[in-house]
Design a protein around this ligand. Structure first.
Ligand SMILES: Cc1cc2nc3c(=O)[nH]c(=O)nc-3n(C[C@H](O)[C@H](O)[C@H](O)COP(=O)(O)OP(=O)(O)OC[C@H]3O[C@@H](n4cnc5c(N)ncnc54)[C@H](O)[C@@H]3O)c2cc1C
Length: 489
């Protein structure tokens, strides 16, 4: 039983635990915190940072805190162990929608709040932080606290750090800090180090939009970047909520694995990049209406709608023949297009796993999660290409291009590729910071030594010391998630 919980999705090595507790109420959570000397709260353990891998603590599993308590007109109050998929199903049943979900919908609400998860739709909707109205958190002492947004300032409880966070759409680099900040923002993104979140009230949208997806390949990367820039500028008119990208290596991997044939999504051999664009059309738009608009996009007087505007932009970019569209209501086609994007990390992770077994057990996922202001995305792509080529590393890059958030992943053929990849990531991190971005965009810091080093690069020793001062005010004995964010003293 315990052995099933010794690793998170980062496959961080060496996981071991003193035991596991699965409380089903806030008071049982408090009992665990009062009786154990080291506790690691976990959700679905989909962390990509090792933050949900135990290193000798008692695991505090939240899977039994899984009740959806109440859904209001534009909010939902849920326990921390509710999965995003279950939340979505409950909201769907009443026509409502929670937009900022990350790609992995098995994640628990508590885990997404603890990591301030972001997703494809961050471009339109921001990160999890923007959707949290209230929470209940049990502190290391076992005392529970209900925190409402706007209710209490963080400075009433802790010394607020003075570092300035980069001005990018997502940043999951340790504790949130801003002058006059709300207490609730301290706990969002604190990665289990300051308290156990047991209940959350989330803002939700009162109506579900009708989603339309377009998968398009470009033979020329700069043409694709110009197209993305145009879509961002026209995002309201075209109703864009997300633009995902996959580079040429991702696409060759998909072809090698036959994903294009299985899913019936053509990927021409000359593709330098693919984009997956999501539009949010007015609730109720159906397939018939969408096909009618697409059909009339070229006649003399097409209706001026988001879908027609998108078709026009694709035509102007010369890629109308390279587009696959899933219109609202065509859930089978939507699933195929989304599956292409989801197959990329799955195929890359499978290759890393095979290399680990066949070549060297020390081989591990070697990847980064960096975000830059959008006007620097072209520079970021060029830097990734040049540095990987200089080091003779095989690598694939994909991500949430509408936010300027790109994930470079090494495909290691030896352990020395892993070491070289880590050095490359540190180089990228320093350059990204110099560009005004964040080297820790959405996955957090966790126990990953490279990510912890990047946290130091971003805020300096003083910034990390200020984070420790927050930690030690609330949890002087490092009872909660010791070793996550920074090594324990
Ligand atoms: C295929 C895949 C795709 C992904 N896509 C995205 C993406 O698009 N965007 C993104 O941001 N992330 C993504 N992730 C990473 C991961 O899904 C997120 O970080 C997610 O928010 C973690 O949720 P979880 O329930 O699995 O938490 P866990 O992994 O169990 O825990 C994560 C951290 O939160 C802490 N924690 C968990 N629950 C609580 C709680 N109740 N109280 C206090 N602390 C807690 C843990 O101690 C740990 O530090 C992806 C992961 C995978 C495997």
């Amino acid at each position: 039983m315990l052995s099933a919980f010794l690793e998170d999705a980062a496959h961080f090595p060496g996981g071991h635990a003193a035991g596991i507790a699965s409380p089903s109420s806030e008071s049982e959570v408090a009992d665990v915190l009062r009786s154990a000397s080291a506790v690691l709260p976990i959700g679905a353990q989909s962390s990509l940072t090792g933050g949900a891998t135990p290193m000798g603590e008692v695991l505090l599993g939240t899977s039994r805190l899984n009740r959806i308590l109440e859904i209001g007109s534009d909010w939902a109050r849920v326990q921390a162990g509710v999965t995003l998929a279950d939340l979505d199903a409950a909201l769907r049943a009443v026509g409502k929608y929670y937009p900022p979900a990350p790609t992995f919908t098995g994640a628990f609400v508590g885990g997404t709040v603890a990591t301030n998860a972001a997703g494809a739709a961050t471009f339109k909707y921001g990160t999890t932080r923007d959707w949290v109205r209230a929470m209940t958190v049990v502190l290391a002492s076992g005392d529970a606290r209900r925190i409402e947004r706007g209710g209490v300032k963080a400075s009433s409880l802790v010394p607020v750090p003075t570092y300035r966070m980069p001005a990018v759409p997502k940043n999951s680099a340790g504790y949130f800090a801003a002058a006059g900040m709300d207490l609730i923002d301290l706990f969002i993104g604190s990665e289990g180090t300051l308290g156990v979140i047991t209940e959350v009230t989330l803002r939700v949208l009162p109506r579900r939009p009708a989603l339309c997806h377009a998968f398009v390949t470009f033979a020329d990367r700069s043409a694709a970047l110009a197209f993305v820039a145009g879509l961002r500028r026209a995002s309201h008119a075209v109703a864009v909520s997300a633009i995902e990208h996959m580079d040429a290596r991702c696409l060759s991997i998909l072809r090698e694995d036959g994903v294009d044939r299985q899913l019936g999504v053509p990927i021409p051999d000359d593709s330098a990049i693919a984009l997956l664009v999501t539009l949010e059309l007015p609730a109720g738009t159906d397939a018939e209406q969408a096909f009618d608009e697409i059909g009339r996009a070229h006649d003399g007087s097409p209706p001026d709608t988001p879908l027609v505007r998108l078709c026009r932009m694709l035509d102007e970019a010369g890629v109308l023949e390279r587009v696959e569209i899933a219109v609202p209501g065509d859930s089978a086609r939507a699933e195929q297009l989304l599956a292409v994007r989801e197959a990329v990390p799955a195929s890359v992770n499978a290759r890393v796993g095979r290399a680990k077994h066949a070549i060297d057990p020390l081989i591990a996922k070697t990847a980064a999660d960096m975000v830059v202001p959008f006007d620097r995305v072209g520079d970021l792509m060029t830097m990734y290409d040049e540095e990987f080529a200089r080091r003779r590393l095989d690598a694939a890059v994909w991500g949430h291009i509408s936010d300027g958030n790109l994930h470079p992943n090494v495909l290691p053929r030896s352990y020395s590729d892993v070491e070289s990849g880590k050095d490359a990531i540190m180089t990228f991190g320093r350059a990204v910071i110099a560009m005004g971005g964040s080297p820790l965009a959405e996955h957090g810091v966790g126990r990953n030594p490279v990510k912890q080093a990047l946290l130091g690069e971003l805020y300096g020793d003083r910034g990390v010391a200020e984070m420790r001062a927050v930690k030690e005010t609330l949890d002087p004995d490092y009872k909660l998630a010791p070793g996550v964010l920074f090594p324990r003293r």
